[in-house]
Design a protein around this ligand. Structure first.
Ligand code: NAD
Length: 353
């Protein structure tokens, strides 16, 4: 494995630890990018990497992303991420989860983990049996915590409304055409909220039956996964994969706004400039998709303080996402710099860099 400080994603991370537990076969990387604002929080990805250097890259890149996301959401937490390197079969055992929980516990609260790709709620409960420093545990009715998807969708819905007010001067989404890529937990949640307002919806998913079912439920139109990026619409909302905004993807867009929940939508930072040059307003992904982390971090902080964690408080905090987006777009309008660059600069300042 190459030295991680020669990696392009190395960004003065405070601590990066490789964990190996011989008895269970666990190999993991835990990266703390910044604890400037509080304990470094970010999920654990369980994945098979054909090259361990790719796992290190993910840990470095994703932990920095969490620092930015948490800071821009106004949370008193820093950014971290863990990756567990699975074998080709994707085997994940109780003993590995226990060993991973012990590794998180050894950080003594400086790293707080959560669910990410490849993890289940049950895995989180198992990890929690070895450490308190877990967020996103099952929640009681009316309390913060649990599945972050609906909260992420809520934040994106608020963000889309703010975007159409800013860019199109419209106070309501009634009749506004939104093309949604990905009808999973986040995308279908966003679509349902928009449908209540009377937005015009085009839906797509690689699982065409899923897109068709959501379209039928909401009175929208389903298109194929290949078509969705070229649909003429007001808002293109990516809620499936990362890196879709590349040279080819941006050239196909026929919209005024890109605003959706997928992580790492820009293939490279310069694609933010390309969107800007085409006059397409971009809602930086890590700002608009922070609803889920707002929910689970609030759950963790309440549990740590021993206070009650009313879900209404989470809703109020998610409703503040548009204010941050407005700040970014105003600064972008005034300076002529693309919104992704403006957001990165704001985030870096907030984490003391
Ligand atoms: P999900 O797995 O529930 O849904 C993703 C959907 O996208 C699936 O239905 C899948 O079939 C579809 N899809 C995959 N490739 C596609 C393609 N090329 N075109 C169209 N559809 C495609 O995942 P989710 O929880 O809804 O998350 C969606 C995105 O949002 C991911 O990028 C995730 O990292 C990001 N995100 C999720 C949360 C959350 O709280 N769940 C928070 C922040 C960011």
């Amino acid at each position: 494995m190459p030295a991680f400080w020669s990696e392009p994603d190395w960004d003065e991370h405070e601590r990066v630890e490789v964990v190996h537990d011989r008895a269970s076969g666990l190999t993991a990387i835990i990266a703390l990018h910044s604890t400037h604002l509080g304990p470094a929080a970010g999920g654990t990805r369980f994945w098979h990497y054909d090259d361990p250097a790719k796992a290190m890259r993910d840990a470095l890149r994703l932990s920095r992303g969490m620092s930015y996301k948490n800071a821009m959401a106004g949370l008193p937490i820093g950014g971290g991420k863990a990756v567990v390197l699975l074998d080709k079969t994707g085997r994940k055992t109780q003993a590995m989860l226990h060993a991973f929980g012990d590794a998180v516990e050894a950080f003594d609260g400086r790293y707080v983990t959560a669910e990410d790709v490849g993890a289940t709620e049950d895995d989180m409960v198992t990890i929690h049996s070895r450490t308190q420093h877990v967020c996103g545990l099952p929640a009681d009715e009316g309390d913060a915590g649990g599945d972050p998807g609906p909260f992420t969708a809520m934040g994106i819905y608020h963000g889309i409304k703010a975007a159409i007010a800013h860019k199109l001067g419209k106070e309501t989404t009634k009749g506004v055409h939104v093309a949604v890529q990905g009808c999973g937990s986040v995308g279908s949640g966003v679509a349902r909220l928009l449908a209540k307002d009377g937005a015009q919806l085009t839906l797509s998913d690689i699982d065409e039956k899923r897109a068709a079912a959501v379209a039928e439920e909401l009175g929208g139109k389903a298109v194929s996964a290949e078509q969705v990026m070229g649909v003429e619409c007001d808002v293109f909302s990516p809620n499936a994969l990362g890196a879709i905004l590349d040279d080819e993807g941006i050239a196909r867009l026929d919209c005024a706004i890109v605003a959706g929940g997928a992580n790492n939508q820009l293939a490279r930072p310069e694609h933010g400039q390309q969107l800007h040059d085409r006059g397409i307003m971009y809602a930086p992904d890590y700002v608009i998709n922070a609803g889920g982390i707002i929910n689970v971090s609030y759950e963790y902080l309440c549990r740590r303080e021993g206070t009650s964690c009313d879900i209404n408080e989470v809703r109020k905090r998610i409703a503040q996402i548009p204010a941050r987006l407005e700040e970014i777009w105003r600064e972008s309008d005034a300076s002529g710099r693309p919104s992704n660059e403006v957001a990165d600069a704001m985030a870096q300042k907030l984490i003391g860099r």
